[in-house]
Design a protein around this ligand. Structure first.
Ligand code: ADA
Length: 570
C-alpha cells in the first residue's frame, strides 16, 4: 500500500527488503564519509528497520551503511522517496553523493539520473547524538525519547515522465457543499489537464497557470463530508498526455473561535493521547501491523484525537488516520529547545525547512486539524519567540486551513501565545512534585493547578482562544500494584487519569485533553534524573511498550465514552 499521492502512469517500486549492511563504528564523522569500494558488507539488514534496535547492534552509535543494487525498467530521470531515515544520513547513487540530511522522521524526495539498466544505491546513517556530530542539530542529547539509527520508513523509486510531470496537488475545502480549490505544480505550463473525481469520467479542467503553478476551482460531484463519525474520503485524478496524479482528500473545515474548536461548524472536544511512533523491538521502524493495532486500541479507548509527538508522521500512518476518522496534531521535531539552540542559524534553517516540508507533504490529510512545532521550546526570550513566529509564518505560508499551536511549558512567561489559534500546554500536577509523606496521594493538586492556568490565561486576554491540555499524566510501572496506591503504582496512575477526566468533564473551557502518553516509550535512564526513567523508559503509558494495558486503560475508556458522546453544535 503506497501513500497518496500516487502516479498511475509512472513505474513505481518499493525498495524495501533485505539490504547489504556494514556497521563502521564511530571513528569518522558523517561529513567526511565517502562511498568507497573498500567497505566490507559483512551483514544484512531489513529495510525499513533500525540497526540499533536489533540485538546485534543494540546501543551501538556511529555510521551504518545500507547497500543494494536496483534494476530499472529503463534509463532516465527517477525520484527516490525516503519516507524517513535517522538520525542523519547521506545517499549515494553509483558512488556519487546525491543527498545529505540531518532531518530525521522527515520525508525526503531525491531526484536522480540513471544511465543504465541498474544502479548501486547506498544509504549511510549516523545515530550519534554527541554535541558537534551531524545528527545533533535537530535531534539533541536532552530529548526525552531514544534516538535510533536506520531507515525508519519505506523507500520507493519512481520513474519520472520524459515530458511534463506533476509534483503535488493540494486540495482545499472551500465550502461544505463540495466546492474545492486545487493548487498544483506541473512542469509544462499551459498543457491541457483532464480531471476526474472518485474514479469517475474525465473532463477538461479550467486551470489558471502562473508559471508552473496552477489553480483549479471546481465542484466535487456527490460530495460527502469527512468527520470522525463518517470519515468519507474522495480522490481527485489529474492527467495530461504524459503524466497522471491521484490525490486523496476529505471535505471538512476546522476553525477556532469563541474559545472553541469547530469541525464542519460543530463544536468538538478533542480526547486522546500523545503517541510516539515507536516500538521496543523496532524503534521508529514500526511495522504496519503495529499501526493497525495501535489505532484499534485508540478507537477502543474512545479517543478521537492523536498528537504525533514529537516529529513528522508517516504518510501511510496518516492515510490510516484519514480512513479510520482520527483527528491529528502533527508537529515537526523539537523538544525543550533552549536559548543556546533557538538562536543558532543552522538550527533555525533546518527548523524552517522541516516544518515547511511537513505541511507540504501532509497537506491533504483531512485527519490533520492542527500543526505544531518546537515542543516545550523556551519562548520566554526574544530568540525563542522569534523562531516560534517564524515557524508559524512558515506553516501559514503553506496552509491557512488548519490551526496552529505549540505544546507550551511556559504558559505564564511565554512571549508567543498570541501567535497561536489554539493555546496548548503541558502540565504534570500531582506527579512532578516532591512526594509528601503525609500526603502520598495529592490528586487535589490537579484542580488547583489547572484552575490557576485558566485564570492566568483568561486574565492575560486569551479567553477567546480554545485551550488544549496537550500533555498531562502520571507514571506507572506495568505490573506494579500497591495497596497504598502510591506513586509509580498502576493504582495511582488510574486514580490520577480518572481525576483529570473528572475535571475535563466539568470544565467546558477546555477543548482538548491529550494524555501523556499512549504507551511507555524508550528513552534514557537519566532523562529526568536517574530515578525519573526506571527501565530507561518513560513509564507514563496507559499501556506498556508492548501494548499491554495497565489499570488506567479501562478507567480512561469509560470516561472517554461519556465525554465523547457529549458533542455539541455551534
Ligand atoms: C514533556 C515532554 C514529553 C515527556 C514528558 C514527561 O512534557 O513533552 O516528551 O518528556 O514531559 O514524561 O515528562
Amino acid at each position: 500500500m503506497y501513500a497518496y499521492p500516487f502516479y498511475p502512469q509512472r513505474n513505481t517500486s518499493s525498495l524495501d527488503g533485505f539490504w547489504q549492511f556494514a556497521f563502521l563504528g564511530s571513528d569518522s564523522p558523517l561529513d567526511d564519509f565517502v562511498n568507497t569500494k573498500s567497505i566490507v558488507y559483512d551483514d544484512i539488514m531489513q529495510v525499513p528497520g533500525c540497526f540499533d534496535a536489533t540485538c546485534k547492534y543494540i546501543g551501538k552509535r556511529g555510521l551504518a551503511v545500507y547497500k543494494r543494487m536496483v534494476n530499472v525498467s529503463a534509463p532516465g530521470r527517477y525520484r527516490l522517496i525516503l519516507h524517513a531515515i535517522g538520525l542523519a544520513g547521506k545517499v549515494f547513487c553509483n558512488g556519487k553523493e546525491i543527498f545529505y540530511t540531518r532531518s530525521p522522521w522527515a520525508q525526503h524526495i531525491v531526484e536522480l539520473e540513471v544511465s543504465g539498466e541498474s544502479f548501486e544505491l547506498v544509504i549511510v546513517v549516523d545515530n550519534r547524538i554527541k554535541p558537534g556530530e551531524a545528527a545533533t542539530v535537530l535531534f539533541q542529547p536532552n530529548y526525552d525519547f531514544y534516538g535510533y539509527g536506520g531507515i525508519y520508513r519505506t523507500v520507493e523509486l519512481e520513474k519520472l515522465p520524459e515530458s511534463g510531470h506533476f509534483d503535488r496537488v493540494r486540495v482545499e475545502t472551500l465550502d461544505l457543499n463540495g466546492k474545492v480549490r486545487l493548487s498544483g505544480c506541473y512542469s509544462c505550463p499551459g498543457e491541457k489537464i483532464q480531471i476526474a473525481f472518485d474514479n469517475g469520467d474525465f473532463s477538461e479542467a479550467t486551470a489558471d497557470f502562473s508559471g508552473e503553478n496552477f489553480v483549479i476551482e471546481t465542484q466535487v460531484p456527490s460530495p460527502e463530508l469527512w468527520s470522525p463519525e463518517n470519515p468519507a474520503l474522495h480522490t481527485v485524478t489529474l492527467k495530461t498526455a504524459g503524466d497522471e496524479i491521484c490525490e486523496q482528500f476529505g471535505l471538512r473545515t476546522v476553525e477556532a473561535k469563541n474559545g472553541k474548536i469547530y469541525l464542519n461548524g460543530e463544536e468538538i472536544r478533542l480526547i486522546g493521547y500523545n503517541r510516539h511512533d515507536m516500538h521496543p523491538q523496532f524503534g521508529p521502524a514500526v511495522p504496519d501491523g503495529v499501526w493497525i493495532e495501535d489505532l484499534q486500541l485508540l478507537k477502543d479507548l474512545n479517543c478521537n484525537f492523536i498528537r504525533g509527538s514529537h516529529y513528522q508522521q508517516s504518510q501511510r500512518f496518516l492515510d490510516l488516520c484519514d480512513k479510520l476518522g482520527f483527528l491529528v496534531w502533527e508537529e515537526s521535531l523539537g523538544w525543550g529547545n533552549r536559548q543556546s539552540t533557538v538562536g543558532d542559524d543552522e538550527f533555525i534553517k533546518l527548523q524552517i525547512e522541516q516544518t515547511g516540508n511537513m505541511v507540504k507533504a501532509s497537506g491533504n490529510h483531512p485527519s490533520i486539524i492542527m500543526w505544531g512545532f518546537l515542543n516545550e521550546v523556551n519562548d520566554c526570550e526574544e530568540s525563542g519567540d522569534a523562531l516560534v513566529r517564524k515557524l508559524a509564518e512558515t506553516v501559514r505560508a503553506n496552509d491557512t486551513t488548519r490551526l496552529v499551536t505549540l505544546a507550551s511549558m511556559y504558559i505564564k512567561t511565554s512571549l508567543s501565545l498570541d501567535v497561536f489559534d489554539v493555546i496548548s500546554f503541558n502540565t504534570y500536577p500531582a506527579w512532578y512534585e516532591r512526594e509528601n509523606p503525609d500526603d502520598p496521594h495529592p490528586l487535589w493538586r490537579i484542580q488547583e493547578v489547572l484552575d490557576d492556568i485558566v485564570a492566568q490565561l483568561d486574565a492575560d486576554g486569551y479567553a477567546d482562544k480554545p485551550l488544549v491540555i496537550s500533555e498531562i499524566g502520571a507514571g506507572a510501572i506495568y505490573g506494579w500494584h500497591d495497596r497504598m496506591r502510591s506513586f509509580w503504582s498502576e493504582e495511582y496512575q488510574a486514580d490520577h487519569l480518572s481525576e483529570v477526566c473528572g475535571y475535563f468533564k466539568t470544565h467546558p473551557r477546555f477543548s482538548g485533553l491529550v494524555f501523556w502518553q499512549f504507551t511507555d516509550g524508550k528513552t534514557y535512564s537519566a532523562s529526568a534524573g536517574v530515578l525519573g526513567r526506571p527501565r530507561s523508559f518513560n513509564n507514563k503509558g496507559t499501556l506498556n511498550e508492548y501494548r499491554k494495558p495497565k489499570l488506567a486503560y479501562d478507567i480512561v475508556k469509560q470516561e472517554f465514552a461519556t465525554i465523547g458522546s457529549s458533542r455539541r453544535t455551534q
